[in-house]
Ligand binder design. Structure first.
Ligand SMILES: [Zn+2]
Ligand SMILES: [Zn+2]
Length: 261
């Protein structure tokens, strides 16, 4: 019990650190893309006709604080269970070479699979109005939407890491890397701008989602449920049929604007 209390005392510090790092990254990306270079970057914008008002941003910032608190709680639990020796988190690369090398992709795949199914469940008509509706209040997404959730959602989306860490060896730096990638990929999905090149879907990169992919989820709603990869949406037929055409259209519009300048 004492150890638990000691760790719970670390919660406020975890919250402040989480809020500061996430807040600074999201705030800077928003400031540069949506404000400072707004005109110059207009050609990359996905939904040209829509803008974000201060009411939406205020709601998203409030939700971001709640999400950061849930994140700090999960981190506190993770630290507690790993100091108690329940997890298979390790610090020496050579202890499990396979997991040190392949761990990142494995965790990313587990994260994407878990996200896909929880996300689909949250879209169930009987459940939607209780939790996921909060995230979908943002139609024209921006970086602040990336952490704008009802408090139960970040809990449901990230809880998988606890049981997985009990059974799968996880190299500590890989765990850090997955958090950074997760945050940046989530912001990418809510950027509101498509910066990926025109040739994206002609290469192996096509298996990774783009900003357009998740933007369409917000504007069209019942499809494109995956977060990192398109694999589950492709396999289960939940990807919007015109997704690649939409991406192509945005890229053609971008080329036309560049040619006219
Ligand atoms: Zn959704
Ligand atoms: Zn979203």
């Amino acid at each position: 019990m004492e150890t638990l209390w000691q760790l719970l005392k670390g919660f406020p510090q975890g919250l402040i650190t989480g809020l500061a790092t996430n807040g600074i990254i999201i705030g800077l990306i928003y400031f540069f893309i949506w404000k400072k270079f707004k005109v110059r970057l207009q050609k990359f914008k996905i939904q040209l006709d829509k803008n974000v008002d201060s009411k939406q941003i205020k709601r998203e910032i409030k939700n971001t604080i709640i999400t950061a608190a849930v994140g700090a709680l999960i981190s506190t639990i993770m630290i507690y269970v790993s100091t108690k020796g329940y997890t298979q988190i390790y610090f020496t690369f050579s202890s499990h070479p396979f997991f040190s090398i392949a761990g990142f992709l494995l965790l990313l795949f587990i994260d994407d699979t878990w996200f896909y199914w929880v996300h689909r469940l949250l879209h169930h008509p009987k459940l939607f109005k209780y939790i996921h509706i909060e995230h979908h209040k943002s139609n024209n997404v921006n970086p602040f939407t990336s952490m704008s959730f009802h408090f139960a959602e970040p809990l449901l989306l990230t809880i998988w890491i606890i049981p997985v860490s009990f059974i799968m060896p996880i190299y500590a730096p890989v765990l850090g890397l997955i958090q950074v990638y997760g945050l940046l990929d989530n912001i990418k999905g809510h950027l509101g701008y498509e910066f990926y090149p025109k040739w994206w879907h002609k290469t192996w990169f096509k298996y990774f989602t783009t900003s357009t992919h998740h933007n369409m989820h917000h504007s069209k709603f019942n499809g494109n449920y995956g977060v990192h990869f398109r694999i589950w949406d492709k396999l289960l037929g939940t990807e919007f049929k015109n997704y690649e055409d939409e991406f192509e259209k945005i890229k053609q519009r971008e080329e036309a604007i560049i040619a006219n300048n």
